[in-house]
Design a protein around this ligand. Structure first.
Ligand code: SAM
Length: 338
């Protein structure tokens, strides 16, 4: 069977922590005892959870597209890998020029008309297979994940969907890979798709890992096309970048409400340890890059919950080239809860 496979990190995602996993696991291994449950509540791609697969994993993200990927990688539900591979091979063989929601809304923007047609057919078929019980929920998640990763690989963008380059030749064409997920995940793993301040009330874990957005850039804006295809509600889209209505997906952590939201969140956490990723850009970069939580507020709020230590590692800033500062550090705040 001619099929390539893909891993959790084969995806572009703002602020993803895959490269920081050695640093994060070192801090956890050297400073946290008796860890059986790891809750990754701003999970994004799920890269951080993937380093804690020997624990019970709880993931959450406000974006459905991330929830679906987290379900594909971490759900305890069993799947038939041969069936999933078979379907992917058939999807890759599709040749199509039919018009559908994707061609109507996105032809020759982020993807060529032909690839849009194929994406539309595949996404529709996944839903049909699920509704007719040909595939289960995990298999559906694996197929959608495969499609989202494939879209990301060829999108005519620099990694996010705020804009596309006009008049390009679309030289890459969509090819789905098999997501190499485990069929032996911990049976107590679970994935949520909620605002973190709601989900936190129902979660308790040994470590709660927090990796909030750092600035005013909303993830639902940057990844609207992937979110649209994952949800498949075929909404109206607007403007040059063809964005759907994202009102319900906006995060308080990208606004002036961040400190208040963070304070309520920390108060509601039930855990032995809270591990927070937050970089030290502060007010040094451009306006949009300015951090929404100040160091003073982070120390004060975490300090109310327990004793706090900070660990640092240098890294390259992810603000797309506007700032060439070299002295950024990724920081981990570890709070040992009282
Ligand atoms: C910095 S990214 C996390 C990256 C992740 N650690 C990784 O390695 O891929 C922040 C994530 O938080 C999610 N998010 C933002 N606000 C949220 C909220 N209020 N509740 C839940 N998730 C939220 C975003 O969709 C985004 O995926």
């Amino acid at each position: 069977m001619n099929i390539k496979s893909t891993a959790i990190n084969n995806r572009r995602y703002l602020g993803n922590k895959y490269k920081l996993l050695p640093f994060i696991t070192k801090v956890v291994n050297e400073n946290c005892q008796n860890i059986n449950t790891f809750a990754d509540l701003f999970a994004g791609t799920g890269a951080v959870s993937s380093a804690f697969c020997d624990k019970i994993i709880i993931t959450n993200d406000i974006l459905y597209s991330n929830y679906i990927c987290n379900l594909a990688w971490f759900s305890p539900q069993k799947f038939d890998s041969e069936k999933v591979k078979d379907i992917i091979v058939k999807y890759n063989d599709i040749q199509s020029v039919e018009d559908n929601y994707m061609t109507e809304k996105f032809a020759d923007t982020f993807f060529s008309r032909e690839d849009c047609s194929k994406i539309g057919i595949i996404r529709e078929d996944i839903e049909l297979k699920y509704k007719s019980e040909t595939i289960n929920e995990r298999e559906r998640a694996l197929l959608i994940t495969s499609l989202l990763y494939a879209m990301d690989k060829i999108a005519n963008t620099c990694g996010h969907y705020d804009a596309y380059r006009k008049g390009v030749v679309f030289d890459k064409h969509i090819e789905l890979y098999y997501p190499n997920a485990s069929n032996d995940n911990n049976t107590e793993n679970c994935c949520f798709n909620e605002d973190i301040n709601i989900v936190v009330k129902n979660v308790s874990a040994d470590i709660v890992y927090l990796d909030p957005p750092y600035n005013s850039r909303q993830y639902c804006d940057a990844y609207h096309v992937l979110e649209n295809v994952a949800r498949w509600e075929k909404p109206e889209v607007f403007g040059v970048a063809r964005k759907m209505d994202r009102t319900a997906l906006k995060s308080d952590y990208c606004t002036q409400k961040a400190t208040n939201a963070f304070s309520n969140l920390i108060a509601d956490i039930k855990a032995k340890y809270i591990l927070l990723s937050y970089n030290n850009m502060g007010n040094k970069g451009n306006d949009r890059s300015n951090a929404k939580l100040s160091d003073e507020d982070i120390f004060r709020i975490l300090g109310n919950k327990g004793s706090v230590n900070v660990f640092e590692e240098s890294y390259k800033a992810f603000t797309t080239g506007k700032s060439d500062r070299q002295d950024n550090a990724e920081r981990l705040f570890l709070c040992k809860c009282n």
